[in-house]
Design a protein around this ligand. Structure first.
Ligand code: C2O
Length: 570
């Protein structure tokens, strides 16, 4: 239990904030390695439509607190987070805390009709969760389909014992870098179109921290780009988040290298590279040393897509600038050094980049499970993604003719009456696949006993469509045991499993036309969504729900819903 609870709430008076500072400074003077007392970090998220103008086009965008990206939540490991969501938008929505374990707190996971009913327009909902047992970069986003294209922000967890306990040299500064997209379309309409089989919807640009940058212009006026000011010789920790709906990206900074030190809020064996590859849903923490000649350098993000015969879609690179303080006088764009980017079809770079990530051994929690024998082995999840149609389909085409994505040949369909967690908790839920229509669409629920060690092989089974699939599991991290191109073959591929220092991820990239083998310990009771983090694939049903049963003790069981949880339910 927490010894002490102070508050760093932005809603509290300056007096309360001062009390926090005093309490902390006493501890600082009393111990050599000061553990910071657990605090409550409180935010209010007002979701509303605001008008924004880019490329000469003013459009309404649904965002949190008028910002794009939304506010950064900064916490210390062990803190409690309270977020009051006030929905002033015309849409139903929920907010999901991507990668937060939510141990025995599935009620606050924020997935519509899986863990809660959506927050209605003019409604509000308060999320509360502890951020315990994890540190690094996570994020939050709307979980109502395409709305997350503009409703997202960083969630940064610092170590309880301070920056001195990072397993790498303490950086001079820590900088969130959120890769996103600029949509000139109404995202709710895009969502509706996708569910009606109209897939011809694309963003108008890519962004770094909400800025399009100088690859975009309107009548010769360049868009603002993100600028990172650095001091010569100093080290910066970039906390990179791919919040985009559609694209995996290459990220490079001209003249500089990255040392990747963490991914999905888990430390990795430091890995030095000139290019980072990041799929939707992933985060990468990387150190960058400002050791180049003082000047200006582009920070570029280039989308990746599978080569033809796959359908080619419009994708946009974006760039910001890293500039050295002092000595930079010339402001001409021509003087900014540009990196040489990999080809957009160079998907094998992503395969190798992800294959090079391994867990930092001495920082993995004891008994964390990678070496535990799997009790359920060789569960297979076939990820079938049909070709993205080139032509816009007829609006009134019957549902059964629609192209759908699926896992194991069943395309996920939202529960319509009762959220799955509620049905499960009150034992009203069915077992296994609840088929809602006499088709291949269903609400797919897979049950696990508490403590099951589960091995899954995600196999991309696409024909003519070689997208990678970033598979994201809520409420648990997964150990990435191995990955490969082609079809998984247990006879030969199991020997390749890394049981020594596998990377731990909440989002595992299944390579184009390949497979990834993962293991997770089902130790968190609740109903957890698992899905592809490409919104296109999710919208088409590449998803399922894993129900983890209660264990035998109160400490391994899901508590009742928080007071007031059902209030405001329709
Ligand atoms: Cu970041 Cu269910 O997603």
């Amino acid at each position: 239990m927490k010894p002490f609870r102070s508050s760093s709430s932005s809603l509290l008076s300056p007096m309360a904030a001062a009390v926090t500072v005093v309490a902390v400074s006493i501890i600082l003077s009393a111990t050599a390695v000061p553990p910071v007392a657990a605090a409550t970090v409180e935010h209010t998220f007002v979701v509303s439509q605001v008008n924004m103008t880019h490329m000469c086009n003013e459009i309404p965008v649904t965002v949190v607190n008028g910002q794009l990206p939304g506010p950064t939540i900064e916490v210390t490991e062990g803190d409690t987070v309270i977020v009051h969501v006030v929905n002033k938008s015309p849409y139903n929505l929920t907010i999901h805390w991507h990668g937060v374990y939510q141990m025995r707190n599935c009620w606050n996971d924020g997935v519509p009709m899986v863990t809660q009913r959506p927050i209605r327009p003019n409604g509000n909902f308060t999320y509360q969760f502890d951020v315990a047992g994890q540190e690094g970069t996570l994020w939050w986003h709307a979980h109502d389909a395409f709305l997350r294209g503009a409703i997202y922000g960083a969630l940064i967890i610092r170590p309880r014992n301070g920056a001195a306990s990072y397993p790498f040299p303490k950086p001079h500064k820590e900088i969130p870098i959120l890769i996103g997209e600029w949509w000139e379309k109404d995202l709710a309409a895009v969502d509706r179109n996708f569910s009606r089989g109209l897939y011809d919807e694309f963003s108008s640009g890519s962004t770094i921290n909400g800025k399009l940058g100088d690859l975009f212009n309107c009548s010769g006026v360049f868009e603002d780009g993100y600028v990172l000011d650095v001091e010569p010789g100093k080290t910066y920790l970039l906390r990179i988040i791919n919040a985009a709906l559609f694209s995996e990206y290459f990220i490079k900074i001209a003249g500089h290298k990255f040392t990747v030190v963490a991914a999905d809020a888990n430390y990795v064996t430091p890995y030095t590279t000139d290019v980072i590859v990041i799929a939707p849903g992933e985060t990468m923490d990387a150190l960058v040393v400002a050791d180049a000649a003082p000047g200006r350098y582009y920070i570029a993000a280039q989308p990746i897509q599978a080569p033809p015969p796959d359908t080619q879609t419009p994708e946009f690179a974006t760039r910001g600038t890293l500039q050295y303080t002092g000595g930079v006088t010339n402001s001409s764009r021509a003087d900014v050094v540009a990196p040489e980017m990999p080809h957009e079809h160079d998907t094998i770079k992503s395969f190798y980049f992800h294959g090079n990530l391994t867990g930092l051994r001495h920082r993995q929690r004891a008994g964390a499970g990678a070496r535990r024998r799997a009790s359920l082995r060789h569960a297979r999840a076939g990820l079938h993604m049909p070709a993205r149609p080139q032509v816009v389909q007829e609006r009134d085409e019957p549902k059964s003719n629609q192209v759908i994505a699926n896992m194991n040949n069943v395309s996920f369909h939202d529960a319509t009456a009762t959220p799955i967690l509620e049905a499960h908790y009150y034992r009203r839920g069915g077992n296994g696949v609840m088929r809602l229509e006499p088709t291949s669409r269903a609400t797919v629920v897979r049950r696990f006993r508490h403590g099951d060690v589960v091995d899954i092989v995600f196999q991309s089974t696409a024909m003519l469509q070689g997208d990678s699939n970033p598979m994201h599991l809520h409420g648990h991290d997964m150990f990435v045991l191995a990955q490969g191109i082609g079809n998984y073959d247990a006879a030969t591929d199991e020997a390749k499993f890394n049981l020594v220092n596998p990377a731990r991820k909440n989002t595992v990239l299944v390579p184009n036309l390949g497979w990834a083998a993962i293991r997770f310990v089902a130790d968190n009771p609740g109903a957890w969504f698992i899905h592809c983090h490409f919104e296109f694939h999710l919208a088409m049903g590449m998803a399922a729900v894993f129900v983890v049963e209660d264990g035998s003790t109160p400490n391994t069981s899901l508590p009742p819903p928080p007071p007031g949880f059902m209030e405001g339910s329709p």
